[in-house]
Design a protein around this ligand. Structure first.
Ligand SMILES: [Zn+2]
Length: 133
């Protein structure tokens, strides 16, 4: 069996990890690499689920990642993304964001300015209409 994918060797920053993470679950499959992460305590799992996971992990140790505690994860590009997964998808993503930061920050600035200007016009129009009524 081929080793599972590793996207980057560069670790993700706490900043990006905390922005992505919005859930904790006892079992989560990282949809970027296929690894299945599980809480070794078995807490919040169905009956027999931990035993089943431990059996699967023995058969296929590179696919299963045992964790002390719940699995922290979030969604990126419609895929479940496990924080600190050995595939390090977030480290790879962060590298791209940082390399393209001029483009990304320029886009966010232009877009936000346009939205803010539209909101100001809407507010002014609503204020004028309120004076007429
Ligand atoms: Zn992964």
């Amino acid at each position: 069996m081929l080793p599972l994918k590793v996207f980057s060797e560069q670790p993700v920053s706490e900043i990006l990890a905390s922005l992505v993470c919005d859930s904790i679950s006892p079992v989560v499959k990282c949809e970027h690499c296929g690894r299945i992460h599980y809480d070794s305590s078995g807490e919040f799992m169905g009956k027999g689920e931990l035993v089943r996971l431990e059996k699967q992990a023995k058969k296929n140790p590179q696919t299963y990642v045992k964790n002390d505690g719940g699995i922290h994860w979030g969604v990126i590009w419609a895929n479940r993304t496990v924080i600190n997964c050995p595939c390090n998808f977030l480290g790879w993503l962060e590298g791209h964001i940082w390399r393209d930061r001029k483009l990304i920050s320029g886009y966010l600035l232009e877009k936000s300015t346009a939205v803010l200007e539209e909101a100001k016009r809407t507010h002014e129009d609503a204020s004028k209409a309120a004076l007429v009524e």
